[in-house]
Design a protein around this ligand. Structure first.
Ligand code: FES
Ligand code: FES
Length: 170
């Protein structure tokens, strides 16, 4: 095991010692727990903790050796060991927008279309959509349909959520 991990979270470079500092942080320690419990970034939610609900989705940017540049994907932080995050750039919903600084367009549309009630699923949907839009700014309605099957909403039903994101498509 290497001595430390270095990654960027919401634009800030962080280094975590892996030996002798925090007994909780071991090979099975998950990114979702680090975000919420160590950094207080509780916008990232969790429910199933097994990759089935999408509540914990964050955006991960990493080098893509095939494309020859960094590319972004959405990732379930409940499935991502912190030890696998070395060198990654991670973005959580807190970095997108908020009441004080103003909302990101994706967040805005979700509200305007009535796609959020209890709001528990919303950060995961927003981060998934944000990753899709960053990877391909010319995303289509079909891309929205294809990309959100890993996110579950228990409140609104899916139509207003899909309509909100499709309103941003080409
Ligand atoms: Fe459900 Fe991560 S908590 S997918
Ligand atoms: Fe409540 Fe989606 S708005 S779970």
């Amino acid at each position: 095991i290497q001595d430390s991990l270095t990654f960027i979270i919401n634009g800030e470079q962080l280094t975590v010692k892996t030996k002798g500092c925090d007994p909780e942080i071991g090979p099975q320690y998950l990114l979702v727990d680090y975000l919420r419990d160590k950094l207080g970034l509780t916008g990232t939610k969790y429910m199933c903790r097994e990759g089935g609900c999408g509540a914990c989705v964050v955006k991960v940017k990493s080098p893509n050796h095939v494309a020859g540049r960094n590319t972004s994907v959405s990732a379930n932080s409940c499935l991502l060991p912190l030890f696998a995050c070395d060198g990654l750039e991670i973005t959580t919903v807190e970095a997108l927008g908020n009441r004080k600084t103003g909302y990101n367009e994706i967040q805005d549309r979700l509200v305007k279309f009535g796609g959020t009630q209890c709001g528990f699923c919303s950060p995961g949907f927003v981060m998934n959509m944000h990753s899709v839009a960053e990877a391909n700014p010319d995303f289509t309605s079909q891309d929205v349909e294809n990309s959100l099957d890993g996110n579950i909403c228990r409140c609104t039903g899916f139509r207003p959520i899909l309509d909100a994101f499709k309103s941003l498509s080409v």
